[in-house]
Design a protein. Structure first.
Length: 270
């Protein structure tokens, strides 16, 4: 990755699916099995997915989509089960590394480069999404659906105003606000940390960037730094301090990813 830590959530492009996958024949139509990553609680998620897949079927009447919708750990568990059984879907939602690393390392994903070149579509995407070095496989195993910067910190001013506080400018000020907020029944920092990737991608990667410098990951890859170096250990210790100081409640470890936004909107934390 470049200086910004990014998380690319990706979808194998359906417009080339009929050429990429054999699928199976049923009712005189080619059936494509699709394992789709769908958060049914997200606004418009179901309607959007139905629109995309429905439009594909409309434009390709000889193809029928057999879609399975799952989210978070159930999705990843099912995909691993399919991979282990040698029964992967024709089309699946994958990541450039991380929890999709076994798909990349075993080269279970098709290289889309010939189809990208054939249809001349690379100019439709920002350059980083067309860079195969950004994918663990080293080739274009997927076309990114989007790139998100995960280091975003929202402040609920209604909560702070209710207890007479202003946004903290330093960590010490933030710690000092913990008992004030707690006395009024509020959490200080909300993070839905039940899934391990939330802390890793959304907070810890930023913390180690602050302790180790913007190029720490480049030094790690080049072998010039180690995960046991003082700055990396200090980043872990800072996360421990946030829990110990009550800035983040240990109860956050039981909060699911889908519940976090609702808690913030319902003014459960600052």
């Amino acid at each position: 990755m470049k200086k910004l830590k990014v998380a690319m959530m990706v979808l194998a492009v359906l417009m080339v699916a009929s050429l990429l996958f054999t699928g199976c024949q049923r009712d005189d139509r080619l059936v494509l099995r699709v394992l789709y990553y769908l958060d049914a609680a997200a606004p418009n998620a179901v309607a959007d997915a139905n629109l995309w897949f429905g439009e594909f079927e409309r434009q390709n009447p000889g193809v029928r989509i057999d879609r399975e919708n799952l989210f978070d750990d159930p999705f990843h568990d099912k995909l691993r089960t399919y991979a282990a059984a040698g029964d992967l879907p024709d089309v699946m939602y994958v990541w450039p590394s991380g929890r999709s690393d076994y798909l990349h390392d075993q080269r279970l994903l098709k290289d889309l480069t010939p189809f990208i070149n054939r249809d001349n579509i690379s100019h439709l995407f920002i350059p980083i999404t067309m860079d195969p070095s950004q994918q663990q496989s080293g080739y274009m195993a997927m076309i990114p659906q989007g790139i998100t910067t995960t280091h975003v910190f929202y402040t609920n001013m209604e909560v702070l105003n209710a207890v007479g506080l202003q946004p903290a400018r330093t960590y010490a000020e933030l710690v000092a606000q913990v008992p004030v907020l707690r006395a009024a029944g509020y959490e200080t920092v909300l993070i839905p940390a039940e899934s391990g990737w939330v802390m890793q991608s959304c907070l810890f990667s930023m913390v180690i960037g602050r302790f180790g410098g913007a190029d720490w990951h480049e030094r790690i890859h080049a072998g010039r730094s180690r995960f046991t170096d003082p700055e990396f250990v200090a980043a872990f210790d800072f996360v421990r301090r946030m829990y110990a100081d009550g800035v983040i409640s240990r109860a956050a470890l039981g909060v699911s990813y889908g519940d976090g936004p609702g808690m913030f909107a319902n003014k459960q934390g600052a």
